[in-house]
Write a protein that binds this ligand. Structure first.
Ligand code: NAP
Length: 412
């Protein structure tokens, strides 16, 4: 290769550029080995370099991000595989010469290669600069996340120089250690990392600590420390409060909560259940919890000073009227759309019914609650509000709430 490159005539070199390429199958070399490889490729006199490696872990991509700025000639760098996707989504930020987008879809997509349409429409790749702050959703699996559609549009609407990408992470602690530069400014945390995130943050907001789950991590500008929050809790509780107040728009909470003194009946004791139990307790509600696994219901009831009742007792549970029912169990979620945690006939004592499930948008529980004349609050409303909370933590600015609401209703 080298003699060929060096034997080009001056005339030819103006008309024709030479790319020297290297493909590392099955792995990504260490930063040091990549440095040696690129030095050797540069010594051929190439006009452009192309390095393709394979990611076994998302942390592999960091070797490429470190390499690109030190390369003396333009470099095309691509890390193949699902875990290498950010090599393309963030390549221009780190100075990559060009990136790949696929015109295929579904099965035709090459793992790790983004769709061309997404690069253009969602990530607006041409707008990335070295100063662009990186945000993303950490989850496994992560491909289904609609976060990039929502947050990237919101950043653009407010003129915030940020990009939000899917991050397929196996080990949260390793990921956070490797991507520790100020450029990696904040993360949404999804299944299965919400509990591990409590331990991985330098500081955790007290409510998130009590809940035992962090769904938002922000790198504090002043000292680079990672601070953990839980916006699921405020998202759900404020939606229920506004439902009780007869409001539909997003408003900051008033001094006294309409939940104060109410009986709050919670179905489910998983991550979402814990967020709602602590949130309702904080607002002064009396919390009653039921769950398929009764031991979990009892443990959560103990943690919030509430009461646990067995699932079989829920239909007959009627100590007073005007209660709030909140489903945070997966009952009613696709594909089991005909299931419901409480039949219509047993809804009489409730004034408001909330369902955290948002696939489908209107669950059987919510449809029947509406038919029964109850106030209904959907999981989509919780989703919108938790995302608004994340946006404000990420940017320090007020979120474009109407736009975010419109995107979720239109695209989700
Ligand atoms: P999780 O931690 O895995 O908890 C799942 C809960 O559902 C547990 O209480 C579990 O009971 C219960 N459950 C599962 N299958 C059941 C069944 N067949 N019958 C009765 N109970 C069942 O999950 P999560 O994060 O709390 O999520 C729960 C639901 O909330 C999901 O549908 C999720 O999509 C939704 N969610 C919505 C939002 C939003 O923004 N709207 C946010 C977070 C979650 P056991 O303890 O007995 O297993």
């Amino acid at each position: 290769m080298s003699p060929f490159v060096s034997q080009r005539s001056k005339k030819n070199s103006q008309n024709c550029k030479i790319i020297v390429s290297s493909y590392v199958n099955g792995s990504t070399p260490s930063s040091e080995d990549l440095g040696h490889l690129v030095a050797k490729m540069q010594s051929t006199g190439a006009d452009i370099l192309k390095v393709v490696t394979t990611a076994t872990n998302i942390t592999d991509v960091s070797h490429i991000f470190k390499l690109i700025p030190h390369c003396q000639v333009p470099i095309i760098a691509c890390v193949m595989g699902d875990r290498g996707l950010i090599s393309q989504l963030l390549g221009p930020k780190f100075g990559g010469y060009l990136i790949y987008g696929s015109i295929g879809s579904g099965k035709d997509l090459i793992p790790g290669q983004p769709k061309l349409a997404d690069l253009i429409n969602i990530y607006k790749i041409g707008r990335l600069t070295r100063d662009t702050k990186v945000f993303g959703v950490i989850a496994n699996p992560v491909g289904h996340s609609k976060g990039p559609i929502l947050h990237n549009q919101a950043f653009r609407e407010t003129g915030f120089n940020g990009v939000y990408v899917p991050l397929l992470v196996d080990d949260l602690s390793d990921f956070l250690k490797v991507y520790s530069a100020p450029d990696f400014a904040g993360f949404s945390v999804g299944i299965p990392h919400k509990e591990a995130a409590v331990k991985c943050c330098d500081e955790v907001q007290p409510l998130a600590k009590s809940i035992g789950a962090v769904n938002t991590i922000v790198r504090r500008k002043s000292d680079g420390k990672l601070v953990g929050y839980n916006t699921d809790c405020e998202g759900a509780i404020s939606a229920i409060e506004d439902g009780l107040r007869g409001e539909s728009g997003y408003k900051s909470s008033e001094s006294s909560s309409p939940l104060a003194g109410k009986l709050f009946v919670l179905v489910g004791a998983g991550g979402a259940g814990r967020a709602l139990a602590f949130g309702a307790k904080q607002r002064g509600a009396r919390v009653v919890i039921t769950n398929r696994n009764f031991e979990r219901a009892k443990a959560l009831a103990n943690a919030v000073g509430g009461e646990a009742i067995p699932m079989e007792a829920l239909e007959r549970f009627c100590p007073e009227t005007g209660m709030v029912l909140a489903n945070t169990s997966a009952v009613g979620m696709q594909p089991n759309v005909d299931s419901t945690p409480l039949p219509k006939e047993a809804m009489e004592p409730y004034s408001l019914v909330f369902d955290a499930v948002y696939t489908p948008r209107e669950t059987r529980l919510l449809r029947e609650a509406k038919e029964a004349g109850k106030i209904v609050v959907s999981g989509l409303e919780m989703f919108i509000r938790q995302a608004i909370g994340q946006y404000e933590l990420f940017t320090g600015n007020l979120a474009p709430t109407e736009l975010m609401r419109k995107i979720v209703i239109r695209d989700f």
